[in-house]
Design a protein around this ligand. Structure first.
Ligand SMILES: [Zn+2]
Ligand SMILES: [Zn+2]
Length: 272
């Protein structure tokens, strides 16, 4: 039995004799099946053809992403705090070098994931670090393709993971869409790990918000104002999106404000 991984989205399924007949994540309107059709790999095959690259953005924030690009191509973030390390989002690719390096930094206290597109090989990551808990918002439970006792579903609007580290449910892209706030990041000004719940745009000057990025389906005004309201109580300067180069270094809170205004104006609801 092998735990097959979808090559289009990186989702790993529960072990089976043959690859799953289709990918539930890719067939949803927030993803897509490539023109070539559905194909599958395994973690062993992936680790033979890829490696993980790391980038330290600031003390305590290290990005980890596969080279060459695999599936959606997001990078994870390792948030290192005096109270333990959190892995924010997971990527499909996990190898011995990655495990060795993270263990040398103190291992993991917890895994938090923004939404189902980045669940990937979360169970492998948990097992590699002593079955650490994987915190997923309960609203997205239907999209868990590899159930495991390490998965801890949380309900409500916020979850205090560690001192100064909070998961915030924003909704939007997925009903349980979650971001991570680290109050002590950015020299104490606060860091928001926004994944693609609030997407850092290509010019790194704005955020944007979508139901489906590949299929270009926007969110409603109500959903976007809901994201703004969820983030209102939190201070942050730096925003880390879900790709290596999607970072807003300063003024993050102001960027959120003008981004929400721009979005609402674009869909014709600003000021109404
Ligand atoms: Zn898929
Ligand atoms: Zn997504």
């Amino acid at each position: 039995m092998l735990a097959f991984i979808c090559t289009a989205c990186g989702t790993q399924y529960a072990p089976s004799e043959t690859p799953p007949p289709h990918c539930t994540i890719c067939e949803d309107d927030r993803q897509y099946v490539p023109p070539r059709g559905q194909t599958w790999t395994t973690l062993e095959a992936l680790a033979a053809s890829h490696f993980n690259a790391c980038r330290q953005y600031e003390p305590g924030i290290i990005g980890i992403g596969a080279e060459p690009h695999f599936a959606i191509g997001q990078r994870a973030l390792l948030v290192c705090t005096p109270h333990g390390n959190v892995l924010w989002d997971t990527i499909a690719m996990l190898d011995a070098a990655t495990v060795t390096l993270i263990r040398a930094l103190g291992g993991l206290a917890a895994i938090g994931i923004s939404h189902p597109h980045f669940y990937t090989t979360m169970v492998e990551w948990s097992r590699a670090f002593g079955n650490v808990p994987i915190h997923l918002h309960a609203a997205d439970r239907a999209w868990i393709m590899r159930p495991d006792p390490a998965i801890k579903l949380w309900d409500g609007e916020t979850l205090a993971l560690l001192p100064d580290v909070t998961l915030i449910r924003c909704g939007g892209h997925f009903p349980g869409g979650t971001v991570l706030h680290w109050a002590k990041g950015a020299g104490g000004h606060g860091v928001l790990c926004s994944s693609d719940i609030c997407t850092v745009t290509m010019d790194r000057k704005f955020l944007s918000f979508m139901h489906s990025y590949p299929n270009l389906i926007p969110l409603s005004a109500e959903q976007v104002t809901g994201i703004a309201a969820a983030l209102e109580p939190f201070a942050f300067a730096t925003i880390y999106g879900h790709y290596f180069d999607r970072v807003i270094p300063t003024g993050g809170k102001h960027v959120l404000k003008i981004s929400v205004e721009r979005y609402l104006k674009a869909i014709g609801t600003y000021g109404s």
